[in-house]
Write a protein that binds this ligand. Structure first.
Ligand code: NAD
Length: 486
């Protein structure tokens, strides 16, 4: 038995395991039956300070490393991720209840993100700029910010852990990760990956613990210059205030209530398959989940029947069976929330077209109809395998209903009419929109993120340069006739 299985995972600070300041460890449970999966250090504000100081020291020590060196880490890390994909997937199955198909999606995405990140270090370029002053040479550099703090959610801890840390390291920063309390072990595997990839000690650090207790010590630390957060809108709003107070750069990737619109001219079979994937993948615990589905009235009944029939067939068996779609809901608190949303809708008169029942910690794929504005499920993020079907009469109405939400993460429309599709893409209030495809999609180099309460800023190998680097304007006065007003 590994030492950490008896005691718990220690923080990873300055390239070594570091025991928590007050010696306490917390338990992380396997959501399939809430049995003990691992223990991890219950961090204190002093532990956070230690990690940030180690990161700051490492940043200064390594700031002159070449782009080629950073490129090398990314190339090595992508090969290691590919080599170790099954170990990472195993952890995702047992630690957060990922069906193996979703775990495989995470490991493949992580590999491809690391490959894309290998192209980043050599692309961090400045500009030469005409100057109004005769003889003045004017230019701009893009410099790293120093220490970047990353905070991950429970549902995609590998994708987000990789996105955040790879971009921080590729752009020349040091990184401190506060991983979701529900996913400490996958973070520990990440530390080993970066170490083996050759990242110098102190550039990648982890502090485990309860975000509500130690998060502010991290985001508010004066030496943390940028924050990349993925999680709920509630915590995101809190972090935005702290970032503003400290003049820090930040990206927020938050919750959603993403609409999928199916027009009467759509390929119904494809729309049903996309709806199934969009809301039931990883039992609906996905930020881009299509938790509102609008169907044009002439096909409403046909679509509803086909969708309910497909949902009833979804498998919720062995998480290691590639056919399994539905696994357990992550925690007692989240199970209570999903139950409450279904019960509240049922109690207030919604019809349950599929699901509504549970087997252990697994909620069956649930489709509601007749959902009214006063029901909790209408406006709030459920974060479970629950969606509501609504009829609409024309695109104006579909757009009005789809935009009637505080969120704006992803959206999708199924139609064969290019004019309708483009109008929807232009007028939907969301950061991402897909035509004839699920609401759920990500690629390493796209500007991923949401508007309204779904986020602030964008992430990806291009977009992250905005928060992970800082412009510096440099000018040199010369006696030569260069750079002046020609
Ligand atoms: P959460 O907000 O409860 O927790 C996220 C992280 O924040 C955890 O690591 C937690 O420890 C930490 N945290 C809590 N309080 C903090 C504080 N004061 N300061 C700093 N960190 C703090 O979210 P969750 O339940 O883990 O994840 C689900 C949520 O994440 C959903 O709302 C989902 O939509 C969202 N999400 C968004 C995206 C996206 O890319 N937009 C992706 C995945 C998940």
């Amino acid at each position: 038995m590994r030492k950490d299985e008896v005691r718990g995972l220690d923080h990873w600070i300055g390239g070594s395991p570091v025991a928590p300041g007050d010696g306490a460890y917390f338990e992380s449970l396997n959501p399939i039956d809430d049995s003990l999966y691992s223990r991890a250090a219950a961090g204190t504000p002093a532990d956070v300070d230690r990690a940030v100081e180690a990161a700051d020291t490492a940043y200064r020590r390594n700031r002159d490393l070449s782009a080629a060196a950073r490129e090398g880490w990314m190339i090595k890390a992508s090969a290691l991720m590919e080599r170790d994909a099954s170990q990472f997937a195993d952890t995702l199955v047992d630690e957060i209840g990922s069906p193996i198909a979703k775990a495989g999606f995470e490991t493949r995405f992580a590999t491809s993100f690391l490959r894309a990140a290998a192209g980043v270090p050599r692309r961090i370029r400045g500009e030469t700029i005409p100057s109004d002053a005769p003889g003045r040479v004017s230019m701009s550099f893009r410099e790293p910010v120093g220490v970047v703090a990353g905070i991950t959610p429970f549902n995609v801890p590998l994708i987000k852990g990789i996105k955040q840390s790879a971009m921080a390291l590729a752009t020349g920063n040091a990184f401190v990760l506060l991983p979701s309390e529900a996913a400490p072990r996958v973070a520990d595997q990440l530390a080993r990956l970066w170490e083996e990839a050759g990242v110098p000690e102190g550039l990648f650090n982890i502090v485990y613990g309860d975000g509500a207790k130690i998060g502010d010590a991290l985001t508010g630390h004066p030496k943390v210059r940028a924050i990349t957060f993925t999680g709920s809108s509630r915590v995101g709003r809190h972090i935005a205030r702290i970032a503003a107070e400290g003049f820090k750069k930040y990206t927020l990737e938050l919750g959603g209530k993403s609409p999928l619109v199916v027009c009467a001219d759509a390929d119904i079979e494809k729309a049903v398959a996309a709806a199934i994937f969009s809301i039931f993948m990883y039992q609906g615990q996905v930020c881009m989940g299509a938790s509102r589905i609008y169907v044009e009235r002439p096909i409403f009944d046909r679509f509803s029947k086909a969708f309910a029939a497909a949902a009833a067939k979804l498998s919720s068996g062995d998480l290691r069976d590639p056919a399994t779609m539905l696994g357990p809901i992550i925690s007692g608190r989240q199970r209570a929330r999903v139950r409450q949303h279904i019960d509240d809708a049922r109690g207030k008169g919604a019809e349950i077209l599929a699901g509504g029942e549970w087997t252990g910690h697994v909620c069956h794929a649930t489709i509601l109809s007749g959902v009214q504005p006063g029901m909790e499920v209408a406006a709030q993020e459920t974060f479970g395998p629950v969606t509501s079907l609504y009829p609409f009469d024309d695109l104006d109405e579909a757009l009005r209903l789809a935009n009637d939400t505080e969120y704006g993460l992803s959206a999708a429309i199924f139609t064969r009419d290019i004019d309708k599709a483009l109008r929807f893409a232009r007028e939907i209030e969301s950061g991402m929109v897909h035509v004839n495809a699920p609401t759920l999609h990500d690629e390493p180099h796209v500007p991923f993120g949401g508007s309204k309460a779904s986020g602030f800023g964008r992430e990806g190998t291009e977009a992250d340069l905005e928060i992970m680097t800082e412009w510096k304007w440099v000018s040199i006065q010369t006696d030569a006739a260069v750079g002046g007003a020609h």
